[in-house]
Design a protein. Structure first.
Length: 143
C-alpha cells in the first residue's frame, strides 16, 4: 500500500510503500494492520487521527484519510518532524515520522486502508493547521 510519509529528518513529504497484514476481528470485520516498525522510532505507540474535513472543522473532504503519529514521542526521544515544522505555521511539536493513508468509511467500524496520493498532502496540512488552532484556543481558556 502507498502511504504519504511526512519524514522527521527530511524536508518534504513523499509517497512510500508500507506493509500491512489482513486479519479478522472477533466481530468478523476484516481489518488492515499496518507494520509501523520501519517508519517510527523504536518504542513508538502509533495513534490514529481521522481526517475527514478541510481545515480540521470545515466542509467534508468527500473521502477519508487516516493519519498515524507516534503517541509516545515525548518519552522516546523522537526527533522533531522537520517536514511538518516547515509546512505548518504553529508551535506544536510534532515529532517522529507521520504516515497518512486513505481510509474506508465508516471509520468507527473499519480499519481498512487504501493508497494515499500526493493530493492528500494539502488536506493533511490543513488538518494540522486547524488542529494547532484548536489546541491554542483550548490553552487560552485555561490561562
Amino acid at each position: 500500500m502507498r502511504a504519504l510519509l511526512f519524514p522527521a529528518r527530511e524536508y518534504h513529504p513523499k509517497l512510500v510503500d508500507i506493509e500491512y497484514t489482513v486479519a479478522k476481528d472477533p466481530d468478523g470485520t476484516i481489518q488492515h494492520r499496518i507494520d509501523f516498525a520501519p517508519w517510527m522510532t523504536p518504542g513508538a505507540r502509533p495513534k490514529s487521527y481521522p481526517i475527514t474535513r478541510h481545515n480540521y472543522d470545515g466542509p467534508y473532504l468527500g473521502r477519508s484519510l487516516m493519519m498515524f503519529i507516534n503517541d509516545n514521542f515525548y518519552n522516546d526521544q523522537s526527533p522533531l518532524n522537520r517536514t511538518i515544522t516547515l509546512m505548518v505555521p504553529d508551535d506544536l511539536c510534532w515529532r517522529d515520522n507521520i504516515l497518512v493513508v486513505g481510509a474506508r468509511e465508516p471509520l468507527a467500524k473499519y480499519a481498512q486502508y487504501y493508497n494515499a496520493t500526493e493530493n492528500d498532502i494539502a488536506p493533511t496540512i490543513q488538518y494540522l493547521v486547524g488542529y494547532g488552532k484548536m489546541a491554542r484556543e483550548m490553552e487560552s481558556q485555561y490561562e
